[in-house]
Design a protein around this ligand. Sequence first.
Ligand code: ZN
Ligand code: ZN
Length: 204
Amino acid sequence: MIFERLVVGSLATNCYIIGCPDTMIGAVVDPGEDGHVILNKLNSHKLKCKYIILTHGHIDHIGALDQVHAATGAEVLIHSADAPRLLNPNRYSYFLTVNFKLPQADRLLEDGDKIQIGKLTWEVIHTPGHSPGGICLKHGNFLITGDTLFAYSVGRSDLPGGNHQVMINSIKTRLLGFHDETRIFPGHGPISTIGAEKRFNPFL
Ligand SMILES: [Zn+2]
Ligand SMILES: [Zn+2]
């Protein structure tokens, strides 16, 4: 599997590039900013980007959605509970704004949905709390956790629609049951494993 983490934008958002080496079909997760960097990376891998998947609708994860969508024509996938945010993203942000119209969702995701990237099957896990439509994405031992679970930390819950107890419950009931070796790839900061988070995360 082709899998790369790019750190983009003023809030150092982790954008992930996923690619199937057999079919050269790819996807971008959370194009937060720096669209040219994301597009260059897709090009360097010679990937045809089929999907733009959003772990949630916060502005630091969608700042380059417009640019990547325009350049690739990829379908935009987001959980149904966060999809309305693409209509009016600035209402849900305290400090960042976008000044252009965002592409809208082509497909609304629900818990348990499968996303087929070439021969790679990724599963959608609904983990509300940081935002109502927050999702994690899992393929084998790879778990993209958005702003729900970070290395030794958890997401904030003070933004509109956030709920700390709901988020902790999502992490405990939906994520911590995975194998200790499962590698987590958060929306910000370094990567970790489920085993390390179970032992050392002070919020859990
Ligand atoms: Zn967020
Ligand atoms: Zn974020």
